[in-house]
Design a protein around this ligand. Structure first.
Ligand SMILES: [Zn+2]
Length: 265
């Protein structure tokens, strides 16, 4: 990925230039000189328009803020595009999640809270582990969390563990490694790793999972698994991974009548 500092400079320049000549239908009727900005020493002006609105221009701080926001938007898009989400999970939200059991209602509440307070979770590196059998809607909630946090322009990468492993293997055979998946998964503000332990893992897969979980220490990760805690003690290696996954992690157990069968019976 590009060095963010390198790519932000032209954006700031653009924003400065654009703030001088805003293509707009409204006409300026009065310009007030506000003097120098104490922070950047740029000249600030307040322009009043014929529709009664006002706009402050000329200060570099404001332009930088806009450029930063633009950069966050671009980064968020790269991570969205790098995610592997199947079918309509891309658009799954909390609104279309049907919480029937107490544990599903609790899981929904925890998920919403996570999205609404992500900024503070990010500071604390708070993780969630959704644990439950197939059909309890774990992936649905994880997908809704992805959407809610990606919409706030955070870098969110969503992928199942088997897809992640496939990508790692694939990259071994590729010469062009512009966005190596390990780097993206390590760098994400939030990594959502779906279906941990879905298949019996080979030695290679276990070691790749450990490398990833280790790289995510202190960062925000949401895991979903149908493994029980006991399943994670099957081998020393898995146990080691599980211990690390459990650092600063809220475990959300989910039970329910088969979620995906609902409406089909
Ligand atoms: Zn300023």
């Amino acid at each position: 990925m590009k060095n963010p500092k390198e790519s932000i400079a032209p954006l700031i320049q653009n924003a400065v230039e654009n703030s001088e000549v805003q293509p707009t239908l409204k006409k300026p009727v009065h310009t007030e000189h506000l003097g120098q900005c104490v922070a950047c020493r740029g000249n600030m002006r307040l322009i009043q328009f014929d529709d009664g609105s006002e706009k402050q221009v000329g200060c570099r701080c404001e332009a930088k803020k806009m450029a930063n926001e633009k950069q966050r938007e671009i980064n968020a898009r790269v991570f969205s595009q790098g995610s592997i989400i199947y079918g309509d999970y891309k658009t799954k939200s909390f609104e279309d999640y049907s919480a029937e059991t107490d544990s599903q209602q609790h899981a929904l509440k925890v998920s919403k809270h996570y999205v609404n307070h992500f900024e503070s979770h990010l500071k604390n590196g708070q993780n969630i582990l959704f644990q439950g059998t197939y059909g309890t809607g774990k992936t649905h909630l994880a997908a809704a969390i992805r959407k809610g946090i990606a919409d706030q322009n955070y870098k969110v990468l969503f992928m199942s563990l088997p897809d992640y492993i496939d990508r790692v293997k694939q990259e071994f055979n590729e010469s062009n490694k512009r966005h190596p998946i390990y780097k993206m998964a390590s760098d994400a503000d939030l990594l959502i790793l779906d279906d941990v332990g879905a298949n019996r893992m080979t030695e290679f897969e276990v070691s790749e999972l450990f490398r990833l979980v280790d790289a995510r220490r202190g960062k925000c990760t949401v895991y979903t698994t149908n493994y029980t805690s006991k399943d994670f003690t099957k081998s020393m290696e898995l146990h080691r991974i599980f211990s690390r996954m459990m650092e600063n992690t809220k475990v959300v157990m989910m039970t329910g009548s088969d979620y995906r069968m609902k409406g089909l019976m």
